[in-house]
Design a protein around this ligand. Sequence first.
Ligand code: ZN
Length: 201
Amino acid sequence: MTVRPILQVGDPLLRQRSREVSREELASAQVQQLIDDLIDTMRDANGAGIAAPQVGELLRITTIEVNDNPRYPYKPRIPLTIVVNPVIEPLDAGQFEGGQFEGGQFDNLEGCLSVPNMRGLVPRWVSVRVRYLDRDGNEHDTVKRGLTAGTFQHECDHLDGVLFLDRVRDTRSLTTWDNYERFHRDAFVSEISEFVRRVGS
Ligand code: ZN
């Protein structure tokens, strides 16, 4: 098991565009080891996902997994997913049974392993199409919704050097994790749980 140091906001590597991974590279021992390291590092930090640039490797690879996550107990489960060279696009203006979200977006209270002790409200597409390769080079073309769609958008942003901080629309929503627990958790969890019930994942 290899847990790698996670780069923190201010590190210029977090602000660069990562490059595509060729199929040959993806099959290489080095890249397969990097994927194992990302999984170990994500799990060690209780992240819902981690992207290769967060450990200083500028490749378009991210890992995503949500089980019983102490950082995000309200998130629906996501089985371990290795996402290589993702292409992500918003779908259908966020329609769901019985309605539609204004502009197809919802407000997600995000945090990031590269942004210590900070969370903030970020608009995310309710529904996205994601095309990517898994670690074996198999092609996937899938639709993600709700909080799971939000997690995919957050991780794919890292591959373009974008942090959730850049997308916070109202900086007054920023909060430390302690103050989230103290002042914001109950309202956010009840709101987001209703959202998850309506749109699924
Ligand atoms: Zn992040």
